[in-house]
Structure formats: structure tokens, C-alpha cells
Design a protein around this ligand. Sequence first.
Ligand code: NAD
Length: 261
Amino acid sequence: MLLKDKVALVTGSTSGIGLAIARALAAEGARVMLNGFGDQAEIAAIQDELAQLSGDCAGYSDADLSKPDAIDEMVANCTNELGSPSILVNNAGIQHVAPVDEFPPEKWDAIIAVNLSAVFHTTRLCLPSMRQRGWGRIINTASAHSLVASPNKAPYVAAKHGVAGFTKAVALEASRDGVTANCISPGYVWTTLVENQIPDTMKARGLTREQVMNDVLLAAQPTKRFVEPVEVASLALYLCRPEAGSITGANLSMDGGWTAQ
Ligand code: NAD
């Protein structure tokens, strides 16, 4: 197995893209530390599933990534329970949709904290042990919104552009240490994050559910289909392979052609 004896910390992995990435890494033998919110029984079942997939154990942290102290604790717990992570997937993300002049300031703070600042905190805490080991993979789930904007998503767009820039800087700093840092930038992926923004977009733009899906979400995605979480997961897994060692500082689009336009 490709990732036997490797520890992977995957933030925001109790659902959606993060869960698909956790499964893909566990299937290659990684000991995965899950993180995110959700029903405790469901999360315990996911832990069991990952342990079965990897033939090893899986951990879970309920750290709220908007809180730097909780991030410290999560990385310490991961190190104590499973070992220091040599794969860090910064995937947790939140969204809120509103015009910039009506955007609640506390929502701006939350989006920047979870989608951007948490990426800094996990990276600064995990990078030293990756360097010591001479091998590491930092994979950040950015977004097509790290490259282009959409109306009513100013904080999300700002945070994701920030993640893309941060990733480049980390890639350069770690370039001689066997550590790569990359972003994956999906277009619209069918997950709860997308489903949850439909009502707000309906309200903000005065549209029906079908209009939001076809005329707003998939309007910019030439393939006219949502990206599947497993597609993102297989790219994340590829970035962990030895032959991906020269891919660093990249922002890899998986957006059905959205940002080619
Ligand atoms: P999701 O809502 O299914 O998953 C989000 C995960 O983050 C969950 O596990 C949730 O519990 C966790 N989370 C949320 N707030 C948290 C916090 N404060 N602390 C810790 N964990 C927290 O969403 P998803 O679509 O799978 O999104 C995953 C990532 O992919 C996000 O960074 C998102 O911005 C990005 N992304 C999603 C899409 C899409 O279309 N779904 C497109 C591009 C990028």
C-alpha cells in the first residue's frame, strides 16, 4: 500500500470532499485523523470504515478550526494518537452568500478564520516534522474561486485567493525539504456546502431552485455537471505519489472548464 505507516490529517473530513479524500488515503494504508462536525455515531462509523480500509487505526478531532487553540490541540492529539502528520489536507470550508454591503461582519470573520487562517495554523504546526522526516504533502482544497470571482461571495473569494497565494509561498519555503504544497481548485462539487447555499442564492437573486442550479451554479461550468468528490480525492491521492514530487506551488483546477473561459 502506497501510504502504509503514513499519518494524514484531513480537516473538514466528516462529509463531502474531505470524507472522500480521507477514504482514498485510508484505502492506500494511511492512518487518518478526521476532523469536522456531525453526528457522533456517524463519525464513529466513518472511523471504523477507515480503519477497515487501511488495516490500521483512524482518529477524530472535533476541533473548531475558527479557534487557533483548538487547532494546536488537534495537531497535538493527532501526533500523540497516530503520529505526526506527513500528509496535511486543509479542506474544511464554509460559505455564506450575500452582497458585500450587506455581508454580516461576523460571517466575514468566520469565513476568513476557517477557510484561510486555519490553513496557516495547521501548516505552521505540521511543517517542522515533515521537514525532519524529509517528506511531506500539503494539499489545500481551494476552489475555482481562488482564480475567479462570483458576486455575493466576497469573503469566500478573498479567502480562497489567499489560500492559493499562501500555498505558493509555502511551496517555495519547503522546496528543498521533500515537502510539496499544492491547491486543488474544484468547480461546483455536489456536497452539502453547495446544497446549503441554494436557498440564500434563491433569495439574493430571486430565482427558483432549478434556476439556481442550472443558470447560476452550472452556468460557468461548461461540462454542465457537478464534479464528484471522488474525482477530487483521486487527484489528492496522486499528489501523494512519489512521481508527483515535482508538482509544488501549483493550483490544479478541476472545474469542468470553468476557468478556461
Ligand atoms: P461540506 O460542507 O460537505 O464539508 C465541510 C467540512 O468542513 C465538514 O466536515 C464540516 O464539518 C467541516 N467544517 C465546517 N466548519 C468547520 C469548523 N469551523 N471547524 C472544523 N471543521 C469544520 O463541504 P465540501 O463541499 O465538501 O467542502 C470542502 C472544501 O471544498 C471547502 O474548503 C470548500 O470551500 C471547498 N470547495 C467546495 C466546492 C463545492 O462545490 N462543494 C467547490 C470548490 C471548493
